[in-house]
Design a protein around this ligand. Structure first.
Ligand SMILES: Cc1ncc(COP(=O)(O)O)c(C=O)c1O
Length: 475
């Protein structure tokens, strides 16, 4: 006999409407910025309006966004890196539809459900043999919070080291490991015992580790804020120093992981075996918040050391079924579509196509990064004529030049990119890993056009810079 079902209010009562997403969105179309200004973050709305980025996106597919007038935008930001598979990937979409249709018993809590087990098994299977278990969370910052707590608990030490320019999220613990003053201001006091070391500098790391009280060194192998990199020798020596002084080596792969750099994990580039790996962003194909902290059984068991501590670290939504399903579908798709290798190949294509522009424009200094995590580095031009313009912009606001590249790329060429960090002249590309030569060509032509304008000393470009400096962006 079928179990009885009792859903209240399935039919409209009198004049009352049932919820209908499509009609809701149609009836409120175009009110997005107004609502954000009124109920969410008015400053963000101001910034986007100033940059000419106020749009009403209606649909998204693959590497592209579409606004309500049908205009197409090339998305080289990919939701800060979550859309590795591109937007609206059919495999992840179907998996989520299937999961909803199966009426899965989600979040029973006093249960060991199948799907979290399968996701943890699959994830651990992609990492080096020293990684045996996962803690499943809801975001990158939560994965980092877990790494901080697990490191302290497993080592019995308190201090955590992090690198300048480092970014690990904005919750209180993760913020305590943030290498940028602009994020920390106004939120102190942060976690005690968190100390900065110079990125890529072995001496500064050893000085701290040698004190013998460090639980962990938490670091991104390629830094998201600025796409800074260190040498293979540095990484190998840093890992060895951690071992020598009993500190855990925690590699934050929230952004670099899952193929972004042309390898499944960035640590593979350097032959490393981190003690803890944090993961998030691309893991659920962009559909459901998800995060994971992976480590050895030994570290894990020091935290969950007895039955009384079975839930000593957890989160209500941490193993929710939709995130697990999306994660499993994403990992399978990465493999089926050979996404990691595609990221490597397309990364090389970007590098090759961008190299002539570095030669051509004196303020375009360098292209750096790995795979599809790319930093375009701009700096002071050599000719007198451009130098004075450059200085004017830099005096108005440090890092403004990159903003006057990002804005016309968007308004003129419908390409979404980002400035890599506050106060730096670095533009960052974080495209979907499914992009290919068409996207490379389209972007490089557009960048050539924007840079040639700036190079020709177009008053327009620099005037725009001044306007930006004066208006919403100058806080
Ligand atoms: C390396 C790194 N770690 C952690 C985080 C924080 O992730 P989330 O924004 O999901 O909290 C980010 C976010 O950009 C990141 O790039």
């Amino acid at each position: 006999m079928e179990a009885s079902r009792n859903y209240a209010c399935r039919e409209p009562i009198g004049e009352q409407m049932t919820f209908d997403l499509e009609s809701l969105m149609t009836s409120r179309e175009g009110e997005n910025f107004k609502l954000h200004q009124e109920y969410l973050n008015p400053q963000l709305a101001r910034v986007l309006k100033t940059l000419g980025m106020d749009r009403f996106y209606e649909r998204a597919e693959g590497c592209y966004l579409f606004d309500r007038s049908g205009e197409r935008y090339l998305d080289l930001l990919a939701g800060f890196g979550v859309y590795a598979l591109g937007r609206s990937h059919p495999v992840v979409k179907k998996a989520l539809h299937d999961a909803l249709d199966m009426d899965l018993p989600n979040l029973v809590q006093l249960d060991c459900a199948l799907l979290p087990g399968l996701l943890a098994e699959a994830l651990v299977g992609t990492m080096h043999e020293g990684i045996e278990r996962c803690f499943l969370a809801n975001s990158g910052a939560e994965a980092v919070e877990a790494a901080i707590k697990f490191s302290r608990c497993a080592t019995g030490r308190q201090r955590i080291l992090f690198a300048d320019h480092g970014f690990h999220g904005l919750t209180n613990g993760a913020l305590s490991l943030n290498g940028g003053r602009e994020f920390r201001e106004g939120f102190g006091p942060l976690l005690p015992g968190c100390d900065v070391v110079a990125f890529g500098d072995l001496k500064s790391l050893e000085e701290q580790l040698a004190k013998g009280d460090v639980a962990a060194f938490v670091v991104e192998l390629i830094q998201g804020k600025g796409v800074y990199m260190a040498s293979e020798e540095y990484w190998r020596a840093a890992e060895a120093l951690g071992k020598r002084y009993g500190a855990l080596f925690v590699v934050d792969e929230v952004q670099t992981g899952l193929g972004r750099t042309g390898k499944m994990w960035a640590y593979e580039h350097y032959g490393l075996r981190p003690d803890i790996v944090t993961v998030s962003k691309a893991l659920s194909g962009g559909y459901v918040p998800v995060g994971a902290m992976a480590c050895s059984a030994e570290i894990f068991d020091r935290v969950y050391s007895k039955m009384e501590r079975a839930v000593v670290h957890s989160s209500t939504f941490g193993r929710n079924q939709l995130a697990m399903v999306a994660g499993l579908a994403t990992l399978q798709t990465l493999e089926d579509e050979e996404i990691v290798d595609r990221a490597r190949v397309t990364g090389e294509a970007f590098e090759k196509a961008l190299a002539p522009l570095v030669e051509k424009y004196e303020f375009f200094h360098e292209v750096r990064g790995k795979g599809l995590m790319i930093g375009l580095v701009f700096g002071e031009p050599s000719s007198l004529r451009l130098k004075s313009r450059w200085k004017m912009l830099e005096t108005a606001r440090k890092g403004l030049f990159s903003q006057i590249i990002v804005a016309p790329l968007f308004t003129r060429h419908k390409i979404l990119t980002q400035v890599a960090a506050d106060n730096v002249n670095i533009v960052k590309l974080l495209p979907p890993l499914i992009c290919g030569q068409d996207e490379v060509d389209y972007f490089v032509d557009a960048l050539d056009d924007v840079l040639s304008d700036a190079h020709r000393n177009s008053a327009l470009v620099f005037e725009f810079g001044k306007t930006l400096a004066k208006s919403a962006l100058s806080r």
